[in-house]
Every structure is written in structure tokens, then in C-alpha cells.
Write a protein that binds this ligand. Structure first.
Ligand code: GLU
Length: 491
């Protein structure tokens, strides 16, 4: 059974690329009935922050996918050190006592890439032990086997055959001079101990993998399979970064912008992966069924956004699709916090009211946040001012609008307030006035919603209720009469 891990370092907020790495690991685990592990790589105490850890959990909890096992690297330091010492005991690592400043100097002055300090690498074990016992600080370095091996190779499940000459790999550190394991050491020790079978991570780690293969081998374990994921880039081709691209890079921007977590999952899947049949809108079940590493492509994936709009149009489209496919009860629950954040009030009836409104607006919103623009009139005590001209029906005039509204007030006083009752009553009203149904409906729509572009009329009236409808129609009549007066005087 595959065992995969997502291993974020809590040194920044949860980035869109990290979220995608999490999702691909999760899908791989679920598709193959394997285990998904969340491991917090928190050994870099100086750079770790609680805010970053909070942001990682915030983002992952919002995605709502979960994980099966959880570890914190900082609690596993003994294991990492023990494994580093085992490599040292085999002679595959050595102590480097070069003081830190000299180290830097050598790096800047030498020609070509720095590989090792010759006298440190050549030091006898006796001298090394003596200097360590005397308390001299050292870095534990991996002894890259340049004499016996020309290259380190592995087959990446996405990028294919990879090879790097050992002459190009420096004797990298396993333990820092303060005894703390490096990322390479801690990561491989944990991957080995947790029996990780597949390492799925960003392409920026591809070059680290040669070192990791050496460590796994030195630990006497078969290296896991590797799958590196293509980079996410900005529309101008540059690597996504918070400093340069701002909030688009953060998972919570999409959450706060009113995207469904599943839309975000679906959207991120399409950044660097596509199923065989090129489908785009997929449920979670379908993603699990369809996800394979063979479907991951090598070319960088562009996240589209602009200065004015942080949201990728594909994500917006996907969100609209998913909103429409969701059961009304679920969608309604998702909308409530956004409606409340928009300042809508409905007292104790909020949930029930939202549930009644949801089917009327679901075709009209692309994000949950857009509830603010389309559903305002359902919650408003009084409508915001609108232009009386809006009340005037097509091929009609103010007088027609007035008579339609007066008729509406009359029939709505007694009509049954449901779709069919309202439909029948208002159509009869239109027939009485000898106007087209549309000419009757438009003034009513504007009177109750404050605009022409609004959800289906009868359902809307039914949700608003008799009292509110009569009140708003009354106000529209007043407004028309008021606007008509000065015109009469001047004629
Ligand atoms: N902590 C590393 C990172 O956040 C993990 C890389 C890996 O998956 O090995 O980049």
C-alpha cells in the first residue's frame, strides 16, 4: 500500500503550490487505497512561526480533505541524529571542523562549485574523534562517493530519467554545527522511518533528490519513488511569489473570495494534471478515480490573474459549475456566512430564508460572495433608491407602469402566495389591463427587487411575502406619481 506525505515547513503561509502538492499526494493515496501523512517540517526553529503553522492548518482544514497520520519533525530529532550517526559510523560521513567564516571564504574564492574541504575529508578517524571529544564544533558532512561512482541516477515518475555527476554534488551537511539535522537529513530519516513509498513534491526539489538518493542508500533503504510536480507560474512566466504577486498566491484568498473548497481542489488539479478524457469539472469521487501520476505533465502551469482580479477565470467558471451541482441545502449553508458578512439581517429566520432564496439565485452567482449583489433585496428593510424609468415597461409609458402596479397591488392583496397562485393572478391582471404579461411583470419586478435583472418573478414574490411586496409596490406607485407631477406642471 502506498504511503505518501505532505511535508510543509512552517516558515510562510500556505501557498497555492503547496496546496496543490497536498492535493496530489492526497489523491494518489486515495486512488491507491494508501496512507496520507501530514508531516510538519519544523526543524528550522529560527524561521518557524506560529502564524505560518496556523495558516497551514487554516488552509488544509478549509480544503477539508484530511490526512491519516500526523508527525512533527521537531519531535523526532533523536531519530534524525541516530540515523546521521549510523551513516557516520559506516564511514559515509565525516566531521568538518572548518570554522563557519573560513567556510564562506573558501566558497567565494574557489573556482567552480565548492565540493569539500580536502583536509577535513581526509582526516583520520582518530584525529576527528580527538577534536570532537575536545569540544570543537563541527558540521557532519556526507562523503559523496566521487571515487567509486560517477553519477547518481533515479527515474522520476513525471520527469523521467535523472542523472547528476557526483563531481557536481558537494559534500552536503547532515548535521549543523549546533547538532541540528539539516532538511536533507531530517527529511530522509523520516521518509525512511515512516516507510514513505512515493515522494510527490514540487519540481524545485528535483535537484535535492540526488542527495536524498545518496542518504537513503547510506541508510540501507531502497529510495522511495519520486514524482516531481511542474512549477506554478504567473501569466508573465515568472515563478509565483507572495512578494511579487501578493494575495493570489495564498489559499485563503480564494476561500475569502467565496470559492467552494472543492472548486479550489478541482482547479488546482488542473494546474499540471489532466485526466485522459480531458474532463474539467469533476467531483471529488471522480478526481480520486481519475487521478494518476501519468497524467501529471512536465510543463509549468500558469495561474491566470490580473492586477484588478486575483481570481483565475477557470476557477470562477468551475465554481459556478460546482455551485449549480450542489444540493440546495448544502449551498445554502455555504452562503449564510457570506450573506451575514454582507450585512444582511433576517433575525432568527436567517437559515430558513437563505434556504428559500438559494434556488432562486444559484444560477446567478459564480462565487458565494456574489450573494451580496444578487440577494440584497431579499433582506433589505427598504430598497435602495432606483430610477423610476426602470419601472416603465417595454413599449409602454409611466401611465402603463402605474396601472400595472395598481393592478398588481389589487390582485396581490388576495392572491395565493405561491408560484402557481401568483402566476395565475398576475396573468389575469395583465389580461384585464389588456397589456402583455411582460409589460405587467417588469414594473412589479423593479418595484420589489429595485432592478430589472433579478431572479424569477413568482418565486421571488413568494419568498418576499405579501406584506413586503405590497409595501414595495406601494412605494413604487408613490415614486411614479411624485415623478410625474413636475412634468404635469410644466406642460
Ligand atoms: N519541508 C520541505 C518544503 O516545505 C519539504 C520538501 C519535501 O517534500 O521533501 O519544501
Amino acid at each position: 500500500m502506498p504511503r505518501v506525505r505532505f511535508a510543509p515547513s512552517p516558515t510562510g503561509y500556505l501557498h497555492i503550490g503547496s496546496a496543490r502538492t497536498f492535493i496530489f499526494n492526497w489523491l494518489y493515496a486515495r486512488h491507491n487505497h494508501g496512507t496520507m501523512i501530514l508531516r510538519i517540517d519544523d526543524t528550522d526553529v529560527e524561521r518557524n512561526t506560529q502564524a505560518s503553522l496556523d495558516s497551514i492548518f487554516d488552509g488544509l482544514n478549509w480544503l477539508g480533505l484530511g490526512w491519516d497520520e500526523f508527525y512533527r519533525q521537531s519531535e523526532r530529532g533523536d531519530l534524525h541524529r541516530k540515523m546521521a550517526e549510523a551513516i557516520f559510523a559506516k564511514g559515509m560521513a565525516y566531521r568538518d571542523f572548518t570554522p563557519l567564516s573560513a567556510d564562506t571564504e573558501e566558497k567565494t574564492h574557489s573556482e567552480g562549485p565548492w565540493l569539500f574541504h580536502a583536509e577535513m575529508r581526509a582526516m583520520t578517524r582518530e584525529e576527528s574523534d580527538r577534536r570532537a571529544a575536545a569540544g570543537e564544533p563541527f558540521v557532519l558532512r556526507f562523503r559523496v562517493p566521487r571515487e567509486t561512482r560517477e553519477a547518481v541516477t533515479f527515474t522520476d515518475l513525471v520527469y523521467g530519467e535523472q542523472s547528476k555527476g557526483t563531481a557536481d554534488i558537494e559534500d552536503f551537511a547532515l548535521l549543523r554545527s549546533n547538532g541540528i539535522p539539516t532538511y536533507h537529513m531530517a527529511s530522509c530519516a523520516d521518509d525512511a522511518d515512516l516507510k514513505i513509498t512515493h515522494i510527490i513534491r514540487g519540481q524545485d526539489h528535483l535537484t535535492n533528490t540526488f542527495k536524498h538518493v545518496l542518504i537513503f542508500e547510506a541508510l540501507g533503504v531502497t529510495p522511495p519513488a519520486f514524482a516531481h510536480l511542474p512549477l506554478l507560474i504567473a501569466p508573465d512566466g515568472s515563478k509565483l511569489s507572495k512578494r511579487k504577486h501578493g494575495p493570489v498566491v495564498s489559499v485563503t484568498t480564494y476561500r475569502d473570495g467565496g470559492f467552494l473548497p472543492h472548486t479550489y481542489v478541482n482547479f488546482l488539479c488542473l494546474l499540471g494534471w489532466s485526466p485522459k478524457n480531458d474532463r474539467e469539472v469533476m467531483s471529488q469521487k471522480e478526481l480520486i478515480e481519475l487521478f494518476t501520476l501519468e497524467g501529471v505533465n512536465r510543463s509549468n502551469a500558469t495561474v491566470n490573474f490580473s492586477e484588478d482580479d486575483p481570481f483565475d477565470p477557470k476557477a470562477v467558471w468551475l465554481n459556478a459549475e460546482h455551485l449549480r451541482m450542489m444540493p440546495v441545502e448544502e449551498l445554502s449553508k455555504e452562503l449564510v456566512p457570506f450573506a451575514k458578512a454582507a450585512g444582511f439581517a433576517a433575525g432568527n429566520d436567517f437559515d430558513a430564508k437563505m434556504l428559500a432564496i438559494t434556488p432562486l439565485i444559484r444560477e446567478r452567482i459564480r462565487t458565494l460572495k456574489e450573494v451580496a449583489q444578487v440577494a440584497d433585496f431579499f433582506f433589505a428593510e427598504e430598497l435602495a433608491p432606483y430610477d423610476s424609468a426602470e419601472l416603465i415597461p417595454q413599449k409602454g409609458d409611466a401611465a402603463m407602469a402605474l396601472s400595472a402596479l395598481s393592478k398588481a397591488r389589487e390582485v396581490l392583496a388576495t392572491a395565493e402566495f405561491n408560484h402557481d397562485g401568483l402566476d395565475a393572478a398576475l396573468r389575469t391582471g395583465a389580461a384585464d389591463l389588456q397589456v402583455k404579461a411582460g409589460q405587467m411583470f417588469q414594473p412589479i419586478r423593479v418595484a420589489v427587487c429595485g432592478r430589472k435583472n433579478a431572479p424569477p418573478l413568482f418565486e421571488t414574490l413568494a419568498v418576499l411575502g405579501r406584506e413586503t411586496c405590497l409595501h414595495r409596490i406601494g412605494r413604487a406607485i408613490q415614486q411614479l406619481e411624485r415623478d410625474a407631477k413636475p412634468a404635469e406642471k410644466s406642460s
